[in-house]
Design a binder for this molecule. Structure first.
Ligand code: MHF
Ligand code: KIV
Ligand code: MG
Length: 267
C-alpha cells in the first residue's frame, strides 16, 4: 500500500486536532530519507541552503536553478512528507517570473507547495498562484531575503505598529489563498495570538511554542553550523548518539510542545 502524501488539507486537519506540525529544512535525498523515517511532516527546501551549503553570507545569491536542483533531490525519494520549496530572491517579483518559478519548482522539482516572503507586496502573486492550483505558504516576520534593507537578522513585530502590520499581512495572505504561514523571529505572544486567529496553520521559527508547528534549519539543530547558531535553535546532537536519534528527539519535543522552551523563546 502506498502512503498518502501530506497536503495542506492534512496540515489543516492537524491544526484542528491541535497536533503540532513538525518541520525541518532538507536539501538532499539522504536527509529526506532520514527525516521521513523520523516522522517529520514538512521538508522545507529552504533558500537557507545558500548559507549552510554554499557558504554565502545571505540567501540573496540563491538562484531558481539551485532551488529546482535541491527540491528534486528531496522530492525524488520522499514518500510521505510535504516538500515545501522556497521561491528564491526576486523570482516572484513579477507575475510572469512567479508563474515560471512555481512551474519549475513543482514540475521539475516535484515540490508540493511553494513559499514566498512578504505581506502586502506579494498578495496579488499569492492570489494568482493559488487560482492556478499552486499551494502557497506565506512567510512573515524576519524576511531574510530583505536583509540588505533590514541591516541584519533581527526580531520583528516587537512594537505595536510592527505587530499590527504582521497581523494585517497574515490575515491578507490567508484571504489571498495561502494555505500555510511561516512566522520567523516574532514575539511568542504575537505568534500565539495569530495562530489562534488564523484558520490556516502557522509554523514558527524563533516564534515561541504557541504556533501550530515548528521549523528549524537542519544544520543548526545538528550542531553543524560553524560559529554561533541563532538563539532560537538548539543543538539536538548534544544529547544524542546519532543523527537519527537527534532528529527523533526534535520530533518528539515538538509533538509534546517541550521545544521550544524558555531558553529558545523571546517573550
Ligand atoms: N543557519 C541558518 N539558520 C537559520 O535559522 C537561518 C539561516 N541560516 N539562513 C536564513 C535565515 C536567516 N535567519 C537568521 C539568521 C541569524 C539569526 C541571528 O543570529 N539572530 C540573533 C539575534 C539578532 C538580534 O536580534 O539582534 C540570535 O542571537 O538569534 C536569526 C535568524 C534564519 N534563517
Ligand atoms: C528559516 C526558514 C523558515 C527558511 O525560510 C529557510 O530555511 O530558508
Ligand atoms: Mg527561506
Amino acid at each position: 500500500m502506498t502512503v498518502d502524501r501530506i497536503t495542506s488539507a492534512t496540515l489543516r486537519a492537524m491544526k484542528r486536532r491541535r497536533e503540532p506540525i513538525v518541520s525541518l529544512t532538507c536539501y538532499d535525498a539522504a536527509f529526506c530519507h532520514l527525516l521521513e523515517q523520523a516522522g517529520v511532516d514538512v521538508l522545507l527546501v529552504g533558500d537557507s541552503l545558500g548559507m549552510v551549503l554554499q557558504g554565502q553570507p545571505s540567501t540573496v545569491a540563491v538562484s531558481l536553478e539551485h532551488m529546482v536542483y535541491h527540491t528534486a533531490c528531496v522530492s525524488r525519494v520522499g514518500k510521505r512528507a510535504l516538500v515545501l520549496a522556497d521561491m528564491p530572491f526576486l523570482s516572484y517579483a513579477t507575475a510572469e517570473r512567479a508563474l515560471q518559478a512555481a512551474e519549475r519548482l513543482m514540475a521539475e522539482g516535484g515540490a508540493g507547495m511553494v513559499k514566498l516572503e512578504g505581506g502586502a507586496a506579494v498578495l496579488q502573486t499569492v492570489g494568482l498562484l493559488t487560482r492556478f492550483g499552486v499551494p502557497v505558504c506565506g512567510h512573515l516576520g524576519l524576511l531574510p531575503q530583505s536583509v540588505h534593507q533590514i541591516g541584519g537578522y533581527r526580531y520583528q513585530g516587537r512594537d505595536d505598529a510592527g505587530a499590527a502590520r504582521i497581523r494585517a499581512d497574515a490575515l491578507a495572505l490567508q484571504e489571498a489563498g495561502a494555505s500555510l504561514l511561516v512566522l520567523e523571529c516574532v514575539p511568542a505572544e504575537l505568534a500565539a495570538a495569530l495562530s489562534a486567529e488564523l484558520e490556516i496553520p502557522v509554523i514558527g521559527i524563533g516564534a515561541g511554542s504557541g504556533t501550530d508547528g515548528q521549523v528549524l534549519v537542519l544544520h543548526d539543530m545538528l550542531g553543524l553550523t560553524p560559529g554561533r547558531s541563532p538563539r532560537f535553535s538548539r543543538n539536538f546532537m548534544a544529547d544524542a548518539d546519532s543523527v537519527s536519534q537527534a532528529v527523533a528527539a526534535y520530533v518528539a519535543e515538538v509533538r509534546s510542545r517541550a521545544f521550544p522552551g524558555p531558553e529558545q523563546t523571546l517573550a
